[in-house]
Design a protein around this ligand. Structure first.
Ligand code: ADE
Length: 318
């Protein structure tokens, strides 16, 4: 018997929408599953090949329905589908964001067919580099691409809320893509301004994301992703978490007190950028108000050609 969980809308609506979005109805029999490539908390990811003429390689993310229900993850899976479907329409696609090609289900599982990232996640790649961090030029490039992805999702009213190197994947052409939208949030773009003005009665969101990368108790706005972005820029350049400690409690204490240090050889423009992003008050954080534009124009990104970011050769990292 089917487990009563569906990530589909009623069939007729879903069919119309999928056709409009170019997401075709598929089943597991349309793919040749090759090997397991990842195992998350509530999904297993496989490398698979489309059996159709294209023989395209894809990442097949399989979520066991029973497991999702038991661990109360229904909302996360639904959110991920909703956000990825929005980001995968022809007009909303972005070069640095994972694409959703199809979703389907059977009695046991929900399936997401995603762009395949051959080289895995950027944390692993970073730790493979000499001295276990990226050189300045590579850090700049990856930070610029990440910023461009964040700018794009924010424009669509999506906040990622779990920006970290583990959620940035590298494709076979060595370009990076932002993935894992399970904890993303859609904000009402229309009402955003009004809500921001309504400072007095702010509703705090429950904690999501990863301790080292998020600020506890902050409202979900683009500024939340810009905090994590600052943490990631520091990490690219040093290989270390800016707020490293032994327990989540001690990490929170460090975050609260902004207790972190820069190594002596830390690039001075990068230092200025990180200091302007790791600001506890979101309204004073770089990127608030003007949006990512103010981050783009920071001197750390001097020399970055924003117009050609999608086409310039990416770093040839091992
Ligand atoms: N692990 C999780 N998602 C993945 C993807 N899209 N490609 C490769 N590995 C993954």
């Amino acid at each position: 018997m089917d487990v009563p969980l569906s990530i589909s809308n009623p069939p007729t609506q879903d069919q119309a929408r999928k056709q409009a979005d170019g997401l075709r109805f598929k089943t597991l029999s349309d793919y040749k599953v090759a090997k397991e490539i990842g195992d998350g908390s509530f999904a297993t990811v496989y490398l698979a090949t489309e059996k159709s003429d294209r023989k395209r390689e894809v990442a097949l993310k399989v979520c066991l329905k029973k497991h999702i229900i038991k661990h109360r993850k229904i909302e996360y899976v639904q959110r991920e589908k909703q956000v990825l479907a929005l980001l995968s329409t022809a007009e909303n696609q972005h070069h640095a964001i994972v694409s959703l090609f199809a979703t389907f289900q059977d009695a046991e599982n929900l399936y997401f067919v995603l762009s395949y990232a051959q080289y895995g996640d950027l944390l692993r790649i970073m730790l493979n580099q000499e001295n276990e961090h990226f050189i300045l030029d590579h850090s700049k490039y990856y930070s610029a691409v990440l910023l461009s992805a964040l700018e794009h999702i924010h424009r669509l009213g999506i906040i990622h809320r779990d920006v970290k190197p583990e959620n940035i994947l590298m494709k076979s052409d060595k370009r990076i893509i932002l993935s894992d939208f399970g904890t993303a949030k859609m904000i009402d773009v229309e009402n955003k301004k009004k809500k921001e003005e309504n400072e007095g009665r702010r509703r705090r969101n429950s904690f999501v994301g990863t301790a080292q990368y998020v600020l506890h108790g902050e409202d979900t706005t683009p500024a939340s992703d810009f905090w994590s972005f600052g943490v990631v820029v520091y990490q690219f350049l040093t290989g270390k978490h800016v707020f490293h400690d032994e327990s989540e409690y001690l990490i929170f204490k460090r975050v609260e007190g902004l207790l972190y240090k820069f190594p002596d050889d830390f690039d001075s423009a990068a230092r200025d950028l990180v200091e302007k992003l790791l600001v506890l008050e979101p309204s004073a954080r770089l990127g608030t108000g003007e949006g990512a534009k103010s981050i783009r124009s920071h001197k750390f990104f001097d020399g970055i050609s924003w117009e050609t970011l999608a086409t310039i050769p990416p770093p040839d990292v091992k």
